[in-house]
Design a protein around this ligand. Structure first.
Ligand SMILES: N[C@@H](CCC(=O)N[C@@H](CS)C(=O)NCC(=O)O)C(=O)O
Length: 320
């Protein structure tokens, strides 16, 4: 296993070290030397949002020239899950520097009050950045994060399309399709197939079938695409959002060879170096390493916390 290209050796050792030490893993990734100190000094280790000074070198120029992006000071909270890798792959594709905190969801740290200040929904991913006014801004929900990153830091439209263009709205269509359809449905398929303590065939059939139906919608769209991407002539956040779930298709018993266009698209995107790096941050992704043991461990790790989390939710809300 090779470390993603831009993680320093020292940070890599931390990133893949055992979590049992209970050390909070904080890594900085990015192309700019010196970024690490600049960013980590601004954050309290509790993860609380603090006032951060404004580092924009030339705020006024940015507003004058839409081609000039502000300087990011992004801290990403994520784990190696479909929603989590959506943001690491996007950040890697955009080549943005970011500080990474591996929020291991199996520890349920995502439910702690400090993190609920960042994402009130208690889930990953979320980011904190410095906004134009010099104050921190939080962004949660994967789709909202992808839109924020491209709105602010993608002036050349590597992963987006000019605002107001046809492609811009078509990109939104597929982004929302993933967020309202594939994510929730495939998430439930994983739950009933992999995590539920009792086997409920109706739940399995309902959500696995729904996942297949949604993959077919993608497959039909791709069959009409000249570029091989979901929208327009290049990769976009629409592809990134869908890909993060589609690579988990086999995990819910949906083999990709049922959908030839989708399979081709998945192979093309997964071969991109930035995407490959993003897949394995913060942890090596068993599902992408053809590692059956890794996949079994993934299942076990998630089955345990999902059950604990459900019990806690039932106590809190079951009687309401
Ligand atoms: N709608 C949210 C869903 C986020 C989500 O469900 N994240 C999962 C990991 S894939 C999570 O944090 N689960 C932890 C929990 O449920 O406590 C998004 O798109 O960002």
């Amino acid at each position: 296993m090779h470390p993603p290209a831009r993680i320093s050796k020292q940070l890599f050792a931390g990133a893949f070290g055992s979590y049992s030490t209970r050390l909070r893993s904080i890594y900085i990734l990015g192309p700019h030397p010196g970024t690490r100190d600049n960013i980590s000094n601004k954050f309290h280790s509790s993860g609380q949002i603090q006032k951060r000074s404004f580092h924009h070198t030339n705020k006024l120029d940015y507003h004058k020239s839409p081609k000039m992006a502000p300087q990011p000071h992004i801290k990403l909270y994520t784990d190696s899950t479909p929603n989590g890798i959506k943001i690491t792959t996007a950040l890697e594709e955009l080549g943005l520097p970011y500080e990474l905190e591996h929020l291991d969801i199996s520890t349920l740290r995502q439910k702690e009050p400090w993190y609920l200040e960042i994402n009130p929904n208690g889930r990953i991913p979320a980011i904190v950045d410095t906004f134009d006014d010099g104050e921190s801004i939080r962004v949660f929900e994967g789709g909202s994060i992808l839109q924020y990153l491209t709105d602010r830091y993608d002036p050349k439209h590597k992963l987006s399309f000019p605002k107001g263009s046809r492609e811009y709205y078509e990109c939104n269509n597929w982004l929302f399709f993933q967020h309202g359809g594939i994510g929730p449905m495939q998430g439930q398929a994983s739950h009933f197939l992999r995590y539920a303590p009792t086997k409920i065939q109706y739940g399995i059939d309902r959500y696995v079938t729904e996942t297949k139906r949604l993959y077919n919608v993608l497959d039909v769209q791709l069959s009409k695409s000249k570029s091989g991407f979901l929208v327009g002539d290049h990769i976009s956040i629409a592809d990134i959002a869908a890909l993060s779930w589609v690579i988990f298709g086999p995990y819910v018993d949906v083999p990709l060879d049922l959908f030839p266009n989708l399979q081709k698209w998945e192979a093309m995107l997964s071969a991109r170096p930035a995407i490959t790096r993003g897949f394995h941050i913060p942890k090596v992704l068993g599902i992408k390493s053809d590692d059956p043991e890794g996949v079994a461990k993934y299942q076990q790790r998630h089955a345990d916390w999902v059950f604990k989390g459900m019990q806690a939710d039932q106590q809190a809300f079951g009687q309401k």
